[in-house]
Every structure is written in C-alpha cells, then in structure tokens.
Design a protein around this ligand. Structure first.
Ligand code: HEC
Length: 183
C-alpha cells in the first residue's frame, strides 16, 4: 500500500473516532434536547422519515392483502378505530383535542391523507413504530381484527362525518344483536 493510501486510511479512521467522540460528548453532557416541544433539525427529520419508509417497505412485500370490501369488515373496523385510534388520529368531523398538538411526531389525521397502501397500513398497525407513540396493536389483536381496521382506513378519507358515525353505530348494533342471542 502506498504511503498516500495509508495516509487516507489513517485520516478516515481519525475522523470516524472524532465523530464518535463528539456524539458521545453530546450524549454525556446532556446537550441533546429530548423535549417533545423542541423540533428536530430538518436533516434529522428527513433521516427519520427515510429510515421509516425503507424499513416498512422492506417488510411488507410478502404480505397478502385479503379482500377489504365486505361492509361487515368495514363496520367492525370502524368500531375498533373509533374506540382505539381517534384520540391520536381523529376521524371525519372530529375536532382536535388537547393531547395531539403536544405530540412529536404528531399523529397524522388518517381521514385527511391520501388512501394508503393496505399492506403498509396492516404492518404499521400490527407492529407499531418505535419512539413515536404508535403502538403495536398485534400484541393484543388478531390479524383479522387488524385487516378490519385496514378495510375501514381504505374508506375513511371518503367518509362524511354522518357516514362515519353510521358505520360505528352499525357495528355496535351488530354486537348488541350478538349479545341478545347469548353469544
Ligand atoms: C397514542 C397515539 C396513537 C394511537 C392511539 C394510535 N396511533 Fe397510529 N400513529 C401514531 C403516530 C405518532 C404515528 C406517526 C408515526 C411516525 O411519524 O412515524 C402513527 C402512524 C400511524 C399510521 C401510518 C400513517 C402514515 O403515515 O401513513 C397508521 C396507518 C396508523 N398510525 C394507524 C393507527 C390505528 C389503526 C390505530 C388504532 C388501532 C392507531 N394508529 C392508534 C400514534 C398513535
């Protein structure tokens, strides 16, 4: 190896050690602000977003999406969504609350996003996203229950507040019927 390439290697190693020392120094000194109300640097934000996208995409290719058009699925999904998701993600016609503005990252209003990829929605609902407050619902729910919520999400951006409430009520009625039948 020429003395020039040895010099380049030594320089690269020294820079890597220096970067690690700076990172350790920031960690040890407490200079990094973990406060939720202190925004990320634009670069950090961009890197987090990129890592999330790549990570989810790498894990969803083999997921088989079932038919999501059954009205009963959508109604069951609406009932679960209304009970478990609206405090963070809201729903058509729902006013903002006192928790969401202080969250970092802020949970997206799912009714206001373009309709998402069903396999990715299934994966995110089942596994959650680290360090974001998005829980892994697969810990307590079956795949079937999660697909019901995906079926709802595929319709959500097109629902009026009245249609949304009717769906939630329809599922509730179905449950009452079940109970009257002694299930
Ligand atoms: C405690 C708050 C909280 C609750 C409750 C919650 N989420 Fe989330 N969710 C989040 C946050 C925060 C994100 C954004 C994560 C990020 O920025 O990477 C998110 C992201 C998502 C996404 C990805 C959206 C996108 O960017 O395309 C989906 C889908 C989702 N949540 C569905 C649900 C469903 C369905 C439920 C209910 C079963 C639910 N969430 C309950 C906080 C929550």
């Amino acid at each position: 190896m020429s003395s020039f390439s040895k010099g380049v290697l030594a320089g690269a190693a020294a820079s890597a050690v220096f970067a690690l020392l700076v990172a350790a120094g920031i960690a040890v000194s407490g200079a990094y602000d973990v406060a939720a109300d202190s925004p990320h640097f634009a670069l950090t934000q961009a890197i987090i977003g990129y890592v999330r996208e790549q990570s989810i995409e790498a894990r969803t290719g083999t997921i088989k999406v079932p038919s999501l058009s059954d009205p009963k699925m959508i109604a069951e999904g609406a009932e679960h969504y209304d009970a478990m998701c609206t405090r963070c993600h809201l729903a058509p016609g729902m006013a903002d609350n006192e928790m969401r503005p202080g969250m970092n990252p802020r949970p997206p209003e799912l009714a206001k996003l373009p309709i998402g990829d069903p396999a990715e929605q299934f994966w995110v609902i089942k596994h959650g996203i680290k360090m974001t407050a998005m829980p892994a619902w697969g810990t307590t729910h079956t795949d079937e229950e999660i697909w019901n919520m995906v079926a709802l999400l595929q319709k959500l951006p097109k629902l009026t507040p009245a249609q949304y409430h009717a769906l939630v009520a329809a599922a509730g009625k179905h449950h009452d019927d079940d109970m009257n039948m002694g299930h």
